[in-house]
Write a protein that binds this ligand. Structure first.
Ligand code: SAM
Length: 248
């Protein structure tokens, strides 16, 4: 690894805000099926590593590695694009909200295919995400930025026999990813909340701060509530998150 991993810069405090959500975890467990051995690629602080399987984690960022709990699965420091693993070694390879950060996603996804019989990837559909109120009304740059990244269509194209399962976001989601606060808009005003959502760090304050100021004004004036009142009735919301299940 010649350049420092991006998460060495943006991953501080990740584990505190990005606690795995049990309802999201249930979708991933269902996708893993009967896989007994799992390689978790882009494993970060260890979220969603099932305790009842034989798991090996892989992660490039020391800042993220240091946030893994003492009882987490054994971890290799490395990149998806060059997995130090023999062919077809694992029943399943798992990548949770990681592929959009890879410098060569197609190469990394080919590596997942090489080392595992089944591939499970949690990602999102930018077409659905673009309808999210934060993107639509405050930060269209969010989806524009991610259009250049590997999300649903590229992942489906790169994996064999891929099927796609929606993952709705619970209203009290404990994992603070991008759309987690769909019915808690005040949360986005908190810099610590924003710090654990990579798109905010990567877009930078000159783009994000004016959007946050507009949101704060709309929350003060009830403008947000007038536009989004129907959301407050929902138990879960489709923010575009999808699990791609591929292979055997
Ligand atoms: C949003 S975090 C997700 C972490 C964890 N999977 C989770 O659900 O909390 C994205 C992770 O992907 C890792 N990552 C970035 N580029 C990578 C690459 N080329 N290969 C493997 N992991 C990578 C980052 O270091 C970071 O830990």
């Amino acid at each position: 690894m010649t350049t420092p991993p991006v998460y060495d810069r943006i991953g501080q405090g990740y584990a505190a805000r990005r606690r795995p959500d049990p309802r999201v975890a249930a979708h991933l467990v269902a996708a893993l099926g009967d896989a007994g051995s799992v390689l978790n690629v882009g494993a970060g602080a260890g979220s969603y590593e099932p305790a009842d399987r034989s798991v090996v984690a892989l992660e490039p960022s020391p800042v993220m590695l240091r946030q893994r709990p003492p009882n987490a699965a054994p971890v290799i420091r490395g990149l998806a694009e060059a997995l130090p693993v023999p062919n077809q070694w694992f029943d399943a390879a798992l990548a949770v909200l990681s592929v959009h950060h890879w410098s060569d996603p197609e190469r990394g996804l080919a590596e997942l295919r090489r080392v595992s019989r089944r591939q499970i990837v949690l990602t999102w559909d930018p077409a659905v995400q673009s309808q999210y109120w934060f993107v639509r009304d405050y930060l269209p740059e969010w989806t524009l930025y991610e259009a250049s990244k590997a999300t649903l269509a590229r992942i489906v194209a790169a994996l064999p026999n891929a099927r796609v399962v929606p993952v709705p976001v619970p209203r009290d989601c404990t994992d603070g990813f991008g759309c987690a606060y769909w019915c808690r808009p005040d949360a986005y005003l908190d810099p610590d909340v924003r710090a654990s959502i990579s798109v905010f760090a990567l877009l930078g304050p000159e783009i994000v701060d004016p959007a946050i100021q507009r949101l704060a004004a709309d929350l003060d004036s009830s403008g947000w509530h007038e536009r989004n009142a129907e959301l407050l009735e929902l138990d879960e919301y489709d923010g575009g998150y999808r699990i791609v299940i591929a292979g055997r």
